[in-house]
Design a protein around this ligand. Sequence first.
Ligand code: PHE
Ligand code: ZN
Length: 884
Amino acid sequence: MREANPGTIYLKDYSAPAFLINRTELHFELGEEHTIVHSRLHLLRSPEHAGEPPLVLQGQELELLEVAIDRDVLVEDAYSVDEDTLVIDKLPEQCVLSVKTRIRPQDNSSLEGLYKSHTMFCTQCEAEGFRKITYYLDRPDVMSVFTVTITADPVRYPVLLSNGNLLEDRTLDDGRRQVLWHDPFPKPCYLFALVAGDLECVEDQFTTASGREVCLRLYVEAKDLGKCEHAMGSLQRSMRWDEEVYGRMYDLDIFNIVAVDDFNMGAMENKSLNIFNTSCVLCDPNITTDRGYQRVEAIVAHEYFHNWSGNRVTCRDWFQLSLKEGFTVFRDAEFSADVGSRTVKRVEDVTLLRTAQFAEDAGPMAHPVRPEAYIEINNFYTLTVYEKGAEVVRMIHTLLGAEDFRRGSDLYFQRHDGQAVTCEDFVRAMEDASGVDLGQFRRWYSQAGTPLLRVRDSYDEDAQTYVLEVSQSCPPTPGQPGKQPFVIPLAMGLLGDAGNLPLRLAGEEPDAETADNTHRVLVVDQAQQRFEFVGVGERPVPSLLRGFSAPVRLDYPFSRVALCQLMSRDDDGFVRWDSAQALATQVIGDVQAQLAAGEAPQVDALLLEACASLLEDESLEHAMVAEMLTLPGENYLAELCEEGVADVDLIHAARAAVQAALGVGCRELLLRRYQALSSARPYVAEGDEIGRRALRNLCLDYLACADAAHLDMARAQYQAADNLTERLAALRCLACYGGEGDWAAPLQAFYEDWQDETLAINHWLTLQATMPDAGVLDRVRTLMAHPAFDLRNPNKVRALVGAFAGQNPVHFHREDGAGYALLGEVVEKLNASNPQIAARLLTPLTRWRRYRGRGEAMCAELERLAALPGLSPDVYELVSKSLS
Ligand code: PHE
Ligand code: ZN
């Protein structure tokens, strides 16, 4: 492990590689004790580099056995090795470098490089894992054609996979099997993959628009063969979508997906050999929730889309990570919107962004979409790079329009195919194809922080004019005290008594009647700006930031009546939902103030009426009603508070009081809706049915929250359910609103029924970590010793400890600091075995400035961690930045 005070890497220090590797030949001898890796790198000194720079290859945790140049074995003083590098001086301009190393995948708990998951060998090389396999120029701008030989015991490892095409498959004299894979597309080493194991596969096919027959295979353990159908269908749908929407075709005859249980992230886009966390690919009604089905579809699409946005065109350096991730998240979000409900998808994404990415932007790890410095790149696979990065691409789409955006993406792919490029190259292609100047827009890539958009308005009845005064600002972030104005597309409309009003800005032709003149995008690009609408016959309610057209906080003093109007009548589904959230947020705020003053909670009748009419409205999409009736989450409410103000107990109590009041007030409607939404049909994970279950479960949740008498309904639902979504919703009601007598037996029963299904049991762990009862922390500790838990498996760590720290604010922030101590202990253990997961788990502690009366205890835990010997760069970076 690398240790103490690791250095910072800066974007400004980037320089092109001194050597190229035209071809890479790898030979793996997979063994039970160790693995021998023999590499042959066809090196060429870069023509751009003058002089004779030494070759510096990265390598970690490797045992170097032999180095040779063009077949001449080097003596030991001809090169130098340390913990991180192999340096060779005076190389000829062109040569073949052979290196033999020994590695121990069996002992590799970091899940980077080559490691074992159960009995299977697999790899994870992004971002810098390849250096744990062999010495290499481990940087994305070194692209090479890979040829891979794998030698292994055919009984233990009947499946032997790597990237590209299978060229040879034979049995050696000693009985071992040897296969040869060749990937014709040059790629950086982070896209290399190898899998060896006893796997079964599901096979299907896809014919591209150009007539190529592609064989699609999904490799899983035999017991999971029945859980592949949804992912396979998702793959086929995304392949078609990318042809239709982006004109992107698949480029090889094979596309493989492998499912592994031990995986640090969701999935990985290795060329033609995607590797997935089992939780992101396997689906079964009994182990996957409705949301899980949608997540699998989105992630399968995401990884597939990387074949163009990431693989064919890759990143020059890791500061450009959002080039592939932001763009690909935008692509997968549009795919999900097209195959499902556009508004619901947007609502889900915005909820994540505003809850978690805004918090990141407001915390010590805040960084621009294109960061300028990092200590450990693994810490920069963030919501900012992914989700905010996708918002930046979405804004380009909004500013250019769909057609010019497509021209831009065509130009980008054509201009940079086979290259490793930068965010700047992406923006320039968009500009060149559209003629739109994105000069100032580029600040979205370089400035961190969430802009605040302040809007005030005035109406002049005599002149029939309506004015929006818009100003923008952005709070300071680490290293960036002041910010320049952003370009903010502000999609909007004006709501009048009888619907949306036609829009005409002062100075525009009166007859500029377009097909849709009730919607437009104002471009806010100065610190202060004024937009005057003329011919406005009545005082309107502004409908602002439609579709969440920019990742900003909106500040406009909406009255509650105005919010109700927008909620029930605006043209924009997102604004309708957002207005419901804003209304609920205001009402929860009232109740917080009342509770703080020792008064009994009083829930504004307007909210009650609004909820009642939503429940009565049969014309609305079920999923949308469910979203609109879902109260803003506790973490989101905390995020809205100023620093040092968020009071987790008060937020929880106020939110619960409002929910209970709505449950009481809408009882009849909720009961009626709950019954009407019952179904005798067997489970299908398809849009309308998912929406139906979401709304039905929401009704149950309100009812159970309002009155424990309704827990009988939860018990009945649990018994009748043929799927995890309904089971978990029922269990959650029992666990949240009942006593131990209500939940202990059903939780036990669930475990007994599903103990062989790891993925279902992970939901069981999460449920128990997020319960509100006082015993939760002790239960989490007990569960850490349960056979269902395993500290080496990231899914389990996230399901239990991650859920406790991230989704149970009241108990994580216990006043006695026991929640912080628990998290600290786990981080300390993982620091040694899996630093990447340790650092991720630590994130809730970095938000110490937010919480009233907790900062000191949170800092104390951070300081304890900071003082530990042998801190990984991953944890060191988070801890030190949080404390500075
Ligand atoms: N590149 C992967 C994705 O977003 C994420 C990932 C990063 C996976 C690092 C593993 C390790 O699609
Ligand atoms: Zn990705």
